[in-house]
Design a protein around this ligand. Structure first.
Ligand SMILES: NC(=O)c1ccc[n+]([C@@H]2O[C@H](COP(=O)([O-])OP(=O)(O)OC[C@H]3O[C@@H](n4cnc5c(N)ncnc54)[C@H](O)[C@@H]3O)[C@@H](O)[C@H]2O)c1
Length: 308
């Protein structure tokens, strides 16, 4: 929007909320269409709204998904519908409405568990270990097929763990919520040794726009697939627990579990290779640990405001 584009948001508000959007944009902004984007009917309602109001759609930024990975472990249909069917339906509508540009929020979860092997975009075969990762990978495959057929430009952004506000889920959100309920104890899923790369959402958006501004510079025969993130050694869950405790409840006792995984489908550590992104000239403004610290401040402030 700050670059002068008209932006229309489609969301069914199953996980997000209109309030989350309203705090970042003016209250007069009414280009929000409540629609289930896993269905043809829902997607066509969104596309018709855009075409009726603005005459055309230039590009799709597809971020709708099931962001609750453990929920998809309990019921894999959640990932099928919210993560894959949304991609499938949006691509179908792009074909029908003549939209050629598609940007997709994928995830490091498509790689699976490779331990210390650097996760580069060319690594394969990809072996996701969660339903969430499987449906993101299936979405990527569907986008590749659409690129061969009718898309003119497609970018698949593989996100790391993203932190910031407004938070609806994630390790920092969970820890702060737990400490609000019981300020004397913090139960951690897993033994705290899980170590991952984190990126602040402000850096993430900056990177996506940076990459998208460059798209079209090379004549691509395939969609652009790019890891977005920090290439430092990441932050351990134990460090995050310590930082959240220090900020929110210094007297709390931290109780770690015994498993090296937080839950089924959790990739306990990964080494994210972001050299492709660096080669384009983009650098994050915050390291993994600084991203986590900033998000802890922001999310705990939000919780405090909610209590007032
Ligand atoms: N947060 C992370 O660490 C992270 C990491 C990797 C990838 N991603 C991806 O980034 C994107 C945004 O994630 P987020 O963390 O902001 O989560 P989020 O839950 O805040 O955003 C996902 C949105 O999709 C909407 N949605 C779900 N199913 C829908 C449907 N059928 N129709 C319409 N809307 C639907 C939800 O209501 C929600 O607002 C997602 O695609 C997610 O998979 C996030």
């Amino acid at each position: 929007m700050s670059r002068g584009h008209a932006v229309v948001i489609g969301d069914d508000f199953s996980l997000g909320s209109k309030e989350n959007i309203e705090r970042y944009i003016s209250s007069e902004f009414d280009d929000v269409v409540k629609a289930d984007l896993s269905t043809t009917v829902g997607v066509e309602r969104l596309f018709n709204f855009c075409v009726n109001k603005y005459g055309r759609i230039d590009e799709i930024w597809h971020l709708a998904a099931n962001s609750d990975i453990p929920a998809g472990v309990t019921n894999p249909k959640v990932d099928l519908e919210r993560t894959f069917h949304t991609t499938f339906s949006l691509l179908g509508a792009c074909n029908n409405f003549g939209v050629g540009v598609f940007n997709f929020a994928s995830s490091s979860a498509v790689y699976g568990d490779w331990g210390d092997v650097p996760l580069t975009e060319s690594l394969g075969p990809l072996t996701p270990i969660s339903n969430y990762g499987a449906m993101k990978l299936a979405s990527e495959a569907q986008i590749c097929a659409a690129f061969e057929s009718f898309l003119t430009d497609a970018t698949i952004f593989r996100f790391p763990n993203v932190v910031g506000t407004p938070a609806t889920h994630g390790v920092i959100f969970d820890f702060i919520r737990k400490l609000q309920k019981s300020p004397d104890r913090l139960d951690v899923l897993g033994n705290g040794t899980q170590q991952k790369s984190y990126l602040h959402v402000d850096d993430l958006v900056d990177a996506m726009i940076y990459v998208s501004n460059r798209s079209g510079e090379d004549s691509n025969t395939r969609p652009t697939i790019i890891n977005i993130g920090n290439n430092d050694c990441g932050v351990s869950v134990k460090t995050i627990a310590d930082l959240v405790r220090k900020r929110c409840a210094p007297d709390a006792k931290i109780n770690f579990g015994s498993s090296s995984h937080g839950w089924v489908g959790d990739v306990p550590r990964f080494s994210y290779d972001t050299s492709l992104l660096s080669s384009l000239g983009w650098r994050p403004s915050l390291s993994s640990v600084l991203s986590v610290e900033k998000a802890i401040d922001q999310i705990s402030d939000e919780f405090t405001k909610h209590l007032d």
